[in-house]
Design a binder for this molecule. Structure first.
Ligand code: SF4
Ligand code: SF4
Length: 325
């Protein structure tokens, strides 16, 4: 399934300081936003990362791009994060990081820039609006704190990207945010729509006695799901490693695996997934990538009976695309 120049998406922890309402960390019950109580307990340590990405792995694979991101966590919550980046840096060509940017300090981000500036890299800061709108979705984060951290990172030589998720409540601010991103030294500004609206019919809830209503920026584009799956992970030769060391094809299926534990999984393909055989703490990572039966079953499923995630995220006719730039 995987050739030797491999990319990896790593979710280091199950922790986050934010309370974004559409994130899998949260759910809405009786109109109240609630936090899933089982998270905030796990992270891969530097020792585990060293053992997973060991000499045996590097004899068989070259790591091209490492993407520290995730489904339900922020990489900056990792207590070993900078040590992990420093350990993996000589073994890869590029490091990307996605963060809400509202944890840690300008000093931390300055140090991160110093670690990254001699390698191709990009840190994406989630800034969904301006001071008055940003926290409407990214509850528990602070716009000015994110800007201070991003500024420290940029001023120390870091390559930063501003990512703006467009909602009805912030769409009028795209141009101002884009202008601000240039003035602050961000090298890129992207405005995107989220697919998370598809998870529920309505996003109305209260949190700390405040009422919220999240709405699509425009009339919703429908999914057109064909069975015609083009696997992004296979195309990019990328796998996803979760915070417990489980190896998945991609973060979408990793997310389905998480739901399986809460009996909410929609992906029948995961019946084939054995988390003992595909765990890189218990097994050799290169053996998993080269020999896992699951990846073979998954590959076969695309032409026969693709999973819900494969159809939703990698159907050729999926119409949900980036609308603005
Ligand atoms: S910052 Fe990311 S991981 Fe944290 S709550 Fe928001 S969407 Fe979820
Ligand atoms: S959702 Fe399915 S088709 Fe898409 S990247 Fe993941 S495994 Fe591949």
């Amino acid at each position: 399934m995987f050739n030797e120049n491999v990319n990896v998406h790593i979710e280091l922890t199950d922790k986050c300081n934010a309370l974004c309402s559409m994130c899998g960390r949260q759910y809405i019950e009786n109109g109240e936003l609630k936090r899933v109580p089982t998270f905030d307990k796990n992270e891969l340590s530097i020792t585990e990362i060293r053992n997973i990405f060991d000499n045996r792995f590097f004899e068989k694979f070259n790591l091209h791009r490492i993407n520290f991101c995730g489904n339900i966590s922020d990489p900056i919550t990792s207590s070993d994060f900078t040590s992990i980046v420093e350990y993996l840096k000589p073994h890869c060509k590029r490091i990307d990081i996605a963060t809400n940017g509202s944890l840690r300090t300008p000093k931390y981000f300055k140090n991160l820039a110093n670690i990254l500036k001699d390698i191709d890299h990009r840190v994406t800061f989630a800034l969904d609006g301006l001071e008055d709108t940003h926290s409407y979705y990214r509850i528990n984060t602070n716009f000015n704190k994110v800007i201070q951290n991003a500024k420290a990172f940029i001023d120390a030589g870091g390559n930063a990207r501003w990512q703006f998720i467009i909602f009805k409540h912030n769409k009028h601010q795209i141009d101002t945010a884009k202008k601000m991103s240039k003035e602050l030294g961000f090298n890129k500004f992207v405005s995107i729509r989220t697919q998370r609206f598809a998870r529920a019919d309505e996003w109305t809830f209260t949190h700390k006695n405040k009422k919220y209503k999240l709405e699509e920026p425009d009339e919703s584009l429908s999914f057109e799901i064909s069975g015609d799956v083009k696997c992004k992970a296979k195309k990019d030769n990328e796998f996803y490693l979760d915070y417990q060391g489980n190896v998945h094809m991609c973060c979408y299926l990793g997310g389905s695996y998480l739901k399986k534990r809460f009996n909410q999984n929609e992906d029948a393909i995961l019946e084939w997934y054995d988390d003992r055989e595909n765990n890189a703490i218990e097994n050799d990572l290169s053996d998993i990538l080269l020999k896992s039966e699951f990846f073979q079953h998954l590959q076969n499923s695309w032409s026969m009976l693709p999973s819900t995630s494969c159809k939703r995220f990698c159907s050729k006719k999926n119409l949900r695309k980036k609308l603005y730039d």
